[in-house]
Design a protein around this ligand. Structure first.
Ligand code: ZN
Length: 292
């Protein structure tokens, strides 16, 4: 069930219906596609991280959005997450895949591990986490206060499809686990990392939230695919994480992550046939605003 309709509020009308699936990740995922159309979308929350890059993957129309901007100029806490999800929805996206780089919190989750989390812990501090905060939009609409269910933060269909896609490429994924999202941009202290591990959490990242809850607030399906690029500070005796290490491991794995991602895109159900419940997240609420 769709959760909103109409012409939207400041979103790029020309893009409506342009894509059905959104991928939030680096430019490594779309830059080699044959035919990519770049469109700029504005939102009531300001511009997203970058243009949307529209392309075809296995016959599915996909909108790619570089989370940090194409020049990687946005730190995790500076990303306009509300604008990013709003922009995707405004071009027709109803299902989102959010690959991200993470640190492993257990020795078993070493570099190159692909984990599809089923839980999330929010340790961010400064990020706008809701569309429904009572603050008027530029067009005068005033969002009401809405409390969405978030007990299970990820779309079960998206998770299932991502896991199957990884297995299909002989990359046995970790099925489930908790992604703790820290504010960054610094890495964790050793004590923080040991504490995260002691809670039983699996991996640590900086961008998986509020991306997940904002997708839920827009009735979008959202699943994460977490690529472990390093063992976090508390799980090794060395000097801790370095940015070079993260980039190196990500570079080594981006090709097969792209293969898995594209297989997952191809296997996602038609948006009109979603039966996962994500589209019903706002059912029964009087939103006060029209979603794009
Ligand atoms: Zn869903």
């Amino acid at each position: 069930m769709e959760t909103g309709n109409g012409t939207g509020t400041g979103a790029g009308a020309s893009g409506a219906g342009a894509a059905e699936i959104g991928v939030i990740g680096g430019s490594g995922f779309y830059s080699f596609l044959d035919d990519v159309t770049e469109i700029m979308v504005n939102t009531p929350y300001g511009p997203p991280s970058d243009s949307l890059f529209l392309g075809d993957v296995a016959g599915r129309r996909v909108a790619f959005l570089p989370r940090h901007g194409r020049a990687h100029h946005l730190a995790p806490h500076r990303i306009n997450y509300r604008a990013n999800l709003w922009a995707l929805r405004s071009v027709g996206v109803r299902q989102v895949l959010g690959p991200c780089a993470v640190g492993g919190l257990r020795p078993a989750f070493g570099p190159g591990t692909l984990l599809v989390p089923d839980q999330l812990v929010d340790r961010t501090k400064s990020r706008a986490q809701s569309y429904f905060d009572g603050e008027p939009l530029p067009d005068g609409q005033v969002p009401h206060i809405v409390h969405v269910g978030f007990a299970d933060p990820y779309c079960p269909t998206g998770r299932r499809v991502a896991l199957a896609a990884a297995r299909g490429r002989n990359w046995e994924p970790v099925d489930g686990g908790t992604l703790v999202v820290i504010e960054g941009p610094r890495f964790s202290t050793r004590a923080e990392s040991q504490w995260h591990a002691a809670q039983g959490w699996s991996v640590v990242g900086m961008t998986g939230h509020p991306e997940a809850v904002l997708a839920r607030e827009l009735g979008l399906c959202y699943a994460s695919m977490a690529l472990v690029t390093d063992l976090d500070a508390g799980t090794e005796s060395g000097a801790g994480v370095s940015h070079e290490e993260v980039l190196k491991v990500f570079g080594e794995n981006v090709g097969r992550l792209r293969e898995v991602l594209f297989d997952a895109v191809a296997a996602l159900p038609d948006g009109a046939e979603r039966d996962c419940g994500c589209g019903d997240a706002l059912k029964g609420w009087d939103l006060g605003i029209t979603l794009p």
